[in-house]
Design a protein around this ligand. Sequence first.
Ligand SMILES: [Zn+2]
Length: 467
Amino acid sequence: MKFFYFGLLFAALSAFTNFAQASAEDYCDSLSRLSCSPGELNDGTGVALSERDYQAKVDSVSEKLMPAYESAFLKMLQESDTESQVVRALAIKAAQQNASSDCNSQDQKDQKNCNERVASMVASNAVKRIFLVSASQGAPIDLPGDGNYDELRANALYWKSLSEANTQSLTVVSEKELDQKIRDVITPNVKEILIEKVTNSVSNVVLRDTLVKKIQDVRYLGNNYSFLNKNMAPTMDGLMVGSENYSPDQNAFIFGNGFLFKSSSEFMMVYFVAHEIAHSMDPCNIGASKDFPFEYDYQSVLKVEDLEKQNPFSNVISCLRTEQSVGAKYRKYDDFLSFKKSMEDAGLPVGNNPFCIHDQITESFADWMAGEVLPEYVVRHFSALSQSQRLNGYANTTRLMCKAIAPQNGYDDHPDTQARLERILMANPKSRELVGCGPPRNDLHYCSMGTNCTGTRLPATPETGAY
Ligand SMILES: [Zn+2]
């Protein structure tokens, strides 16, 4: 028995010692362990909340929001016209109060009790859903069904009351200062580095100047998704989306407030701002517009590889395809052509560019470019930070995506979060040096403009359900 206890104590002590001495090297090949660790991860520019701290923040903000929702719904329940009676019945049903005697009574005092209780329950459901949007990480409209509340939510009067409460509450959840920081500081600084990168990398002068101009022109649309999605009312739903998005039509990007609500890390903001702006020249968008000096020549193309060779970032793209990098998945060109034909036959043309149709190369390219920008940004703007703060900063870039919900069909345009962090961002030697790590393992490629990569290309894998 004694031996057993001694063994346990020893194990506990050594675990503690390991923790206490944890250094950069422990995470050099597996930064996602630090990225997804519990507790506080302060990187000197901000903190990305752990799941527990995030929950505490949600609870306290929910409490602040409740009165506005309760009073909007109470007002709705007190009206006496026919339409209001309909929405009252739906609200009572949603709150499962149909059997309550006060809700069935004609007595004014009873009705008042019933209305107050139902208003509070409906408000609590509405507030809960605001943060469900934030937790859903990018699926603003596709929230799970919610029994009787679905019927209530389809009612126009309910929607009107909800919108009123949302409008009043925007300022409580909107991260105004971080939004301002992205607009005034991070976006211009990131653009400056991106422009230098493109100027040094693209040899064709006309194309280079066009790309530089395009980067200069990218606009930041703010932190509320309703600005980008015209079908969405400027409500809380649009404000709590935890995702970023680049719109090629508008040459503009949005930075979901849902992310800012969970993280104030500038490493995270720099990483995603660079990622979104990089989408303006990803392998899909670079060939997207007619008046652009770069267009793929589809005439003699037999394989996806033939198109990749035409791209000005061809070395990087072919490298990102390999097993030794992130292994960005795609479809065989023949498969794409038959898909394209079936879409055209159905009257839904998809264009000629296979990179635009669920090819992971667009997201991998944007990640790679963000991985080029971040170390340069750290050198220029975070020079006062310690090495361990920088390590935390790198871990904070993808910390919010540790609980990313797996897509139902098992495929996503983004490579797996761990691979994005460890096989793209942490493959960059400059980044490794900044956080105190040596060169990457031999089996891991750093993809660069100047190196023609000779890694093993993963076979094109048809992804069921990706189209
Ligand atoms: Zn992206």
